[in-house]
Design a binder for this molecule. Sequence first.
Ligand code: DON
Length: 303
Amino acid sequence: MANLNSLLRDLDAQMREDGNWGEPANYIPELARVDPAQFGITVVTADGKVFSAGDTDTLFSVQSITKVFTLAIALGRSGDQLWKRVGREPSGRAFNSIVQLEREEGRPRNPFINAGAIVTTDEVLDGRAPRDALAEIIQFIRSAAGSNEIHINEAVAASETEHGHRNFALAHFLASFNNLKSTPEMTLGTYFHHCAVEMTTTQLAHAGRFLMGVPKMSRLVSMARVRRLNALMLTCGHYDGSGDFAYRVGIPGKSGVGGGILAIVPGKASVAVWSPGLNTYGNSNKGTEALALLARKMNWSIF
Ligand code: DON
C-alpha cells in the first residue's frame, strides 16, 4: 500500500479544488458554527500502518458515529435482548424521523436512526447513573482508539439539549410505548453527551480498528459481533442514504452529522474521513465523495 500516501494527498487536493463544500448541520447551533471548508482523511491498515492527508488533527463532533460504540456496549451488556426493543432493518427515512415509530408501535427500525440509538443508549444506561454509563462509553472509545485524549464537548451537548425538540419527542414517544427504562431526560442526557464526543480523523480511524475483524488489531468485541456490526453499518449506517453509500462506496460505514464517516474495509483497513458540509441525507458530502474515489482506486469493496 505504498501508494496510499500519495493517493490520499491527491484526494485531499481534489476535494479542496471545486470549493463546493456544502453546509454544516444547522439544527445544532454549535455545529452550525464550524467552517465547512475543511477535509481530513486517515487510513489505518490491518498491519497497523497509518496514512493520512488534510485536516487530520482537528477535533470534530463525531455525533452518530458513537452509535456504533454504544451498540457494541449494549450488545455486550444484554446480548440479543436488545433486538426485542429495536429492529435491524433499514428505515428508508431521515435519521430523526418520527412517522415510522408510531406506525410500528414504538419499536425503532434499527439502532442507528435516532429513535433506535436512544433505545440502545437506554440499554447501556439501565440500572445506573448517566455518569457511570458515560464513563463506560468513553472508556470503550479510548481503549478502541488507544488514546486517553478523547473527551466530550460540553458546549455541543448543551447546545443539542437546548435545541433537541425532535429527540425529546422521540424519547417521550418511546416512553409512551414502554420502550424506555430510564426517564426520557436521563436517557437523552446520556445520548446527547456521547454524541458530543470529539475526535480527530486519526483518533477515529484508530477507534475503528476493532471493526476490521483482524484479531491481532483488537479483541474488544468478538469476531461474530464485529461482522454483525458491519452488516448494520452497511444496511443502516447512512439512514435513507445507506443504499446510495453501498452502491457508491461498497463498504460498511457510519456517518455523523458533524461531517465524519467511519468506514471499514473488512480484514484490511479502518478509514476515518471528515468534512463538515452535508448532503441531503445529513451525511458528509465530501466525505462520501472521497470514500467513493478511494474505494475505487484501492479496489476496496465487500462485493
Ligand atoms: O441526535 C442527533 O440528532 C445527533 N446527536 C446525531 C445525529 C447524527 O449524527 C445523524 N448523522 N448523520
